[in-house]
Design a protein around this ligand. Sequence first.
Ligand code: GLU
Length: 492
Amino acid sequence: MSNTDNRTVRVRYAPSPTGPQHIGGIRTALFGWLYARHHGGQFILRIEDTDRTRYVEGSVDLILDAFNWLGMDIDEGPVQGGDYGPYVQSERLDLYQKWANWLVDNGKAYKCFATPDELAEMRKAGTGYDRRYRDINPEKIAELEAEGRDYVIRFKMPLDGKTVGDDLIRGTVEFDNSELQDAVILKSDGFPTYHLAHVVDDHHMEISHVTRAIEWLSSYPLHIQIWDAIGWEKPKFAHLPVFLNPNGKGKLSKRSSSFDSDGHKVPVLIHEFIELGYLPEAVMNFLTNIGWNFGDDQEIFTTKEAIERFELQDVNPANSAYPVAKLDWLNGQYMQTADVDYLEGLLKPILENAGFTVDSDRLKQVIPILQVRLKSLNDVVDMAGFFFDDWDNFTAPSQDILLQKKMDANSTKEVLEKSLPVLEALDNFAHDKQYEAMKTFAKESGFKNGQVFGTLRAAVTAQKVSPPTFETMEILGKDESIRRIKLAIESL
Ligand code: GLU
């Protein structure tokens, strides 16, 4: 389906700067971004910082870092600039005040002088705001203003009838006006609320599509009324589904460090994905595939491929459980096919942080035999750290590592002593040559392949888990492998 509007597609992501972005927010941004890119439009970052009590210093940098890591580029925003700035709401207060006053002057909004005590009373009565200042006469207003009473500006919602809106994902949505309040649009400190600020900005920034979380659907009728009261052409709206917890119950927790029933850590902040060793490509694929389907039963696709197919109309309206287990699988898939140089750049600092001194050439030799086994970048430390230890300090493994299933010290020693001359005799120490030789050896000596290969693995790596035995020995080299096997024999 193509864009039904002939306006240029301009989609914004409008986070409040309240700290690192939760993955739900990132997914909202991602769907807007995919749509903008599909239609060759613009993607705009707007910072909605009108709630000063929730402001967290440094949030914008965190948002930009997250976008950058995922490879989502921004066309206009507080750092990028653009023709529709400023892109930070606290720098646009005049504009909101102008339109709030315009609404008051045109009878669409009113000054409400309710004191904190009055509001508390109404809250206690459970009625919500009872519109007591909606129809007071101009003299009374002048009098209250002369007294210097604080006021907010409230929007005059129609008292009856229905407000009908369109949603690209949900179709026609209808609301009874009688159930809606006269919401505050400008606070007494001159700051707008979200309701007014985003309408004013979406208009002035010529936003064509508002993509936002489903939470905003309930105030959508208020927004429609504000758009119509001013008489601006509305953008199209898409209220996106949100993530539920992995067990399908309740909205995905905002707190980090929770675990699903299988013990998977449930990352919800971008830095947690990074710390857990996920590749950005895998995370993008994972997020794109929740609530939207690539089609053709295809689970793995690039961002570029997703852009070619993505339409907001195809988003599933239902909220989905956060399928965190799938992320490990996807990450493994991406790891398997990733470019060696690319992985080298990512794995090297992880090994270095774990205290290893890493030679890049050796790491590049190791990656091809390792990458099929990695679920997380961090697995490199346990799986292949030994390649970067000081080889001169290598010591034979203890027996609990060395002895394989159904093997004891004697049979282990026998395997090692007898395989030694076979390996020593090899002129070509390529892994396939070793494999052929040791397979023949196993057959002739009556040991199982697994027993022979596993014993050698343990002897040369001093680990239970490692990349494949013969590939590992090839990288260690013949002399070092033989030396290690001898150390193992001596230890028995
Ligand atoms: N500032 C709002 C939020 O963070 C934005 C909602 C919207 O995208 O319009 O939820």
